[in-house]
Design a protein around this ligand. Structure first.
Ligand code: ATP
Length: 186
């Protein structure tokens, strides 16, 4: 939708959206109808209106801030990824356990020691955590983030992490995704 908006298209049909998403137009209409009435008969959807509505549904109409833990190669890339800001996400603080990295500036953020995690998360009301530590440290870091008040974790460590009810985890395992791709290609 943002692409259509940039191209100054005012309206879009469920058929066009469906093609872009590789689903049927009926599925697009059904999914959106679940949340309300957004389309106009004979017109389709108004692009800017639908962007606002979907952001509201997803909760991305406000800025979310995240604390990132583990400023290795993956962490560094994510801190500097501009795509987050464009979608309303801010990596507000970054932490590492390695003394050699603490104090270093990455993407305008100074890497902080782990002992400052809890107070920083609380003071700055950080809602999300991004975990980019090695697998063996991931659970401990998840526990620290949750104890500090974080309610959602994006986990890049290739390991399952357990959290209490009320906290959400989304796992991103790039190696598994490559494995899936190999299976499909091979
Ligand atoms: P490096 O830059 O150290 O070579 P890397 O990209 O190879 O990093 P990993 O070994 O996966 O990455 O580690 C990622 C980062 O997580 C490193 O910066 C490491 O210091 C940090 N780290 C490891 N254990 C912990 C922990 N328990 N708490 C916080 N940070 C940790």
């Amino acid at each position: 939708l943002e692409t259509y908006d940039r191209l100054q298209k005012l309206t879009v049909s469920s058929a066009v959206l469906g093609r872009a998403l590789a689903i049927t137009d009926a599925q697009v209409r059904k999914d959106l109808a679940y949340f309300g009435q957004f389309g106009y008969p004979g017109v389709g959807y108004r692009v800017s209106e639908l962007i606002v509505a979907i952001k509201r549904i997803l909760g991305t109409d406000k800025t979310w801030s995240a604390a990132l833990v583990g400023v290795g190669n993956m962490g560094r890339a994510l801190i500097q990824y501009r795509g987050f800001a464009r979608r309303g996400f801010r990596v507000a603080a970054a932490f590492d356990s390695d003394d050699a990295k603490i104090g270093e500036v990455v993407g305008h953020r100074k890497i902080q020691p782990l002992k400052e995690l809890e107070s920083t998360v609380r003071r700055r009301k950080i809602q999300l955590g991004i975990i980019t530590v090695p697998a063996e440290a991931a659970q401990e870091i998840a526990d620290k983030l949750v104890a500090a008040g974080v309610r959602g974790l994006l986990n890049f460590a290739p390991v399952q992490i357990d959290v209490r009810a009320g906290v959400s985890v989304v796992a991103v395992d790039l190696a598994i995704q490559l494995e899936q791709l190999c299976f499909q290609v091979g």
